[in-house]
Design a protein around this ligand. Structure first.
Ligand code: ATP
Ligand code: MG
Length: 149
């Protein structure tokens, strides 16, 4: 019997973490953004609507603390409710970053979530993890084991 091992699927994680950012929530874009995520074949593993405190936003974005936009970003991300979610698909981190488009919506491809819903570089509609390792760290920041399905 020939044993077929898909090396690609072993190396790439199948989960990523996302947030729908405050402006997109405020503008009523939760439903349309979730529909795009659903239509792209992602399964929802965990999800909640919550508002980060300033301190929690600073902790989440600690990786950016030396960047000039850090203070503004943390003020923005704690300015209103967000949706946090863990989502699943093959090669999830890359597939999702493709779906959301470039950080700056001016550079985002047609049809991407940021092209459709972002209003500026900072208020760019959604967050997507940049690596399998950070996807796990970020998912665990928001969800305990009994909140993941
Ligand atoms: P995210 O981490 O939110 O998915 P990203 O990985 O595409 O976005 P990062 O470089 O991690 O981009 O930046 C985190 C967030 O900080 C961006 O999504 C954006 O909201 C904000 N940001 C990044 N660069 C700038 C900038 N030059 N000016 C203002 N805000 C910025
Ligand atoms: Mg990032």
């Amino acid at each position: 019997m020939l044993l077929y091992i898909n090396v690609y699927s072993i190396m790439r994680g199948n989960r990523t973490f996302t947030m729908i950012k405050p402006t997109a929530v405020k503008k009523g874009h939760i439903g349309p953004i979730l529909a795009i995520i659903n239509d792209a074949g992602f399964k929802i593993i965990a999800m909640k609507l919550l508002r980060l405190s300033k301190e929690q936003a600073q902790q989440f974005y600690a990786i950016h603390k030396e960047r000039p936009f850090y203070a503004d970003l943390c003020t923005f991300m704690s300015s209103g409710p967000i949706v946090a979610a863990i989502i699943e698909k093959d090669d999830a981190v890359n597939a999702y970053r493709e779906l959301i488009g470039a950080t700056n919506p001016a550079n985002a491809k047609e049809g991407t979530i940021r092209k459709l819903f972002a209003t500026s570089l900072q208020e760019n509609a959604v967050h997507g993890s940049d690596s399998d390792e950070n996807a796990v760290i970020e998912g665990n920041f928001f969800f305990s084991d009994i909140e993941k399905f």
